[in-house]
Design a protein around this ligand. Structure first.
Ligand code: GDP
Length: 207
């Protein structure tokens, strides 16, 4: 089975408002996080070759849910609520920190965090905090610089180098790549990272 076919099998499983409403904490999970409007839904849809798996039009800040997508019996993708909208009230922000904090800190089956940032607006305060905190917890972090089609090639590569340098501290720094859901750029690189984190089975089990 090709990587593309594996991720195409993703199907919506469950939404949870709290960690304790989540599916059993076993198997392998990869979570996606990012500021609202960073392109997270589009990125997940492009990875999974589905137009509306993750919803791309939401009321900013209203959806504070952990959305679980099953790939197979043991492997899941998790769409974490977006953060960083100025309009979001302090109570919602606290709720976000609670839900996402509990998840990233407490979820044993979490194998890695994909952090999405608009290539034109990388490394905002909340992004940095999330990166530092996840790395400190020993969670592998992979960064997607999204909407790479919005920049020319040399500008995009310059942004890539700058972000790589900025996060290069420590023994296990985040990895960084360019991504465009519109141009289908970087989908295979992302799938390769997820394959390793999820320990994707390579033998074709006939499904
Ligand atoms: P989310 O809030 O992080 O889930 O972001 P969405 O996936 O809903 O995308 C936010 C906006 O950015 C939408 O208007 C998308 O059409 C646009 N967008 C997302 N990905 C890309 C991309 O790769 N290229 C371009 N040009 N626009 C994108």
């Amino acid at each position: 089975m090709s990587p593309a076919d594996f991720y195409r099998r993703a199907r919506f499983l469950h939404s949870a408002a709290r960690l304790d409403q989540s599916p059993p904490d076993d198997g392998f999970e990869v979570a996606f996080a990012g500021r609202s409007n960073a392109g997270k839904s589009s990125a997940i849809n492009a990875l999974c070759g589905q137009k509306s798996l993750a919803r791309t039009s939401k009321t900013p800040g209203r959806t504070q849910l952990l959305n679980y997508f099953a790939l197979d019996d043991a492997r899941r993708l998790v769409d974490l609520p977006g953060y960083g909208y100025a309009k979001v009230a302090a109570t919602l922000r606290a709720e976000w920190q609670g839900v996402v904090g509990d998840y990233v800190e407490g979820r044993r089956c979490l194998r890695g965090l994909v952090l999405l940032m608009d290539i034109r607006h990388p490394l905002k305060d909340m992004d940095r905090q999330l990166i530092d905190w996840a790395v400190a917890l020993g969670r592998p972090v992979h960064i997607l610089l999204t909407k790479a089609d919005k920049l020319g090639r040399s500008q995009a590569n310059a942004a890539l180098s700058a972000v790589r340098r900025a996060v290069a501290d420590g023994p296990a720094p985040p990895t960084v790549q360019l991504y465009s859901a519109v141009a289908s750029q970087g989908v295979e690189v992302l799938a390769g990272v997820l394959d390793r984190w999820l320990d994707r089975p390579h033998e074709d089990a006939g499904g």
